[in-house]
Design a protein around this ligand. Sequence first.
Ligand code: ADP
Ligand code: MG
Length: 260
Amino acid sequence: MICVGIANQKGGVGKTTTAINVATALAAIGWRVLLVDLDPQGNASTGLGIAQSARRSNSYDLLTGQAELADCVVSTRVPRLDVIPATVDLSGAEIELVELDHRTHRLQRALEGLKPPRWDICLIDCPPSLGLLTINAMVAADSLLVPLQCEFFALEGLSQLLQTIERIRARFNPDLSILGVALTMYDRRNNLTEQVAEDVRTCLGDVVFETVIPRNVRLSEAPSHGVPALIYDHRCSGSEAYMALARELLGRLPDLKRAA
Ligand code: ADP
Ligand code: MG
């Protein structure tokens, strides 16, 4: 099972929207996908229509060792897509984990615990911080997908993210790679957006995905209906872009093999 963390310590850049819709697109293509909601806000869980009552065992319990992975998995209405949901309990984890053994490797250990893997690929939706939750994701992950919002300060904060990735590589996970940077909320009518996108490509080069995610109101409407945009309106520009992004992402994962 390949594990991809979706990380950027900025809030509101499209991490969760990307997690939900890339996960759905990959499942639609035929992959078996596990989405781990690692944000105390639980937006990915809500956006996938997971009721609070179905979150009794969740990512907090998994990280603190109070539940096994298998007990935390909830299926979604998307075939082949399962989720480990999050609740507000997770907001205490940043502090509680400090006291626990192997505090940086808890997610990795939990994900490794299940053999043979039930999924081909695992996506982790990170919270908007570089604390222990995101570090757990970076230790567990093979690579990272970094959503970047096309706004004036897009690159601000990126050096801090890259520094953290460097530190994780040096100490815990030497093979952690950046799978790609995805430009989100792209607005073709806005000259600034185009300028920012150009600057980001000049600065970061090929690591930036060719596919850009347009600003599309359907993407922001879908979560309130508890379904991915790809189900809410599979023909909207946002859904088409996420489908394309998922295919581009697969092209960068040559080693991805379906679990037996
Ligand atoms: P993050 O997880 O990084 O905090 P979200 O994915 O939750 O970011 O996105 C922040 C807000 O912007 C949400 O209300 C979401 O619905 C909206 N949003 C995200 N991507 C788009 C997009 N491409 N077009 C329009 N709205 C978007
Ligand atoms: Mg989020």
